[in-house]
Ligand binder design. Structure first.
Ligand code: SAH
Length: 237
């Protein structure tokens, strides 16, 4: 796979995306690097790390190493998922809104053996305006869509559907009472100190957004670990 794609200009970002880019970029990058790393962490961050690892493990099991797939890692962050997929023999293109995340992902890739390095590339782009012409067998989008309300989710799914028409594995935030409570509590803190910008939209809204784009939910599994509550879901055409 070529490494010649240039970073996509994202132009004027709408406020939510600008805030997310900041949250995963200059302002919050260190926090996320710690959570997705393997050094010591606080109790709360550890639950997020462990919950996320369990989700990634389940997704890897669903995908399996049986045949080599062309995978789009949509919102790849520091590249954890992309690298695991590439080690299993899949070819992966990872895209992220945050330049710091893309840089970190490229950095981790340098530590991999050459056959893994050749199967992966990382670029910076907003998913909604992703200009990749390739077709993928699978789009994987873990802990990204959880930051968007239904309308934006629907638009992002539309772009993903064009790129990967048959299969999407993603997470969403379940509308559980507990999570709503924690979210409410989170809003009591000043904006700068908030640990999360989650959009809790629940299964009904997710199903509507999928249906609007010609997908349906094929399977899903809830993950609850301390402060980490997500549903891992697979949609097919
Ligand atoms: N999927 C990775 C990273 C999750 S963190 C993993 O599970 O390990 C969420 C990432 O989504 C962040 O890096 C953030 O920058 C990215 N993101 C959020 N909105 C995005 C968008 N519209 N386009 C591209 N990336 C986005």
């Amino acid at each position: 796979m070529s490494l010649t794609d240039t970073a996509q200009p994202t132009g004027q970002l709408e406020p939510r995306k600008a805030a997310l880019r900041e949250y995963f970029g200059p302002a919050g990058f260190e926090r996320w690097k710690i959570i997705y790393g393997d050094g010591p962490v606080s109790f709360i961050r550890r639950t997020v790390r462990e919950g996320h690892a369990a989700v990634v493990g389940q997704a890897m099991e669903w995908i399996g190493p049986q045949s080599a797939l062309r995978v789009l890692d949509a919102g790849c962050g520091p590249g954890v998922v992309s690298l695991q997929l590439a080690r299993q023999g899949h070819t992966v293109k990872g895209y992220d809104l945050s330049e710091q995340m893309v840089e970190a992902a490229r950095q981790s890739l340098t530590q991999e053996p050459v056959e893994v390095r050749e199967r992966v590339e990382f670029n910076c782009s907003d998913l909604e305006t992703l200009a990749d012409q390739a077709k993928f067998d699978l789009a994987i989008c873990l802990d990204v869509l959880i930051y968007y309300p239904e309308e934006e989710l629907t638009r992002m799914l539309s772009r993903l559907k064009t790129l990967s028409p048959d299969r999407l594995i993603f997470t969403y935030a379940p509308a559980s009472l507990l999570l709503r409570g924690m979210h409410w509590l989170g809003k009591k803190f000043p904006r700068r100190q908030r640990a999360t910008r989650l959009e809790i939209i629940g299964e009904k809204a997710v199903k509507r957004a999928l249906a609007a784009n010609g997908w349906h939910l094929a399977r899903q599994r809830h993950f609850n670990k301390g402060f980490y509550h997500v549903v891992l879901a697979e949609a097919v055409a």
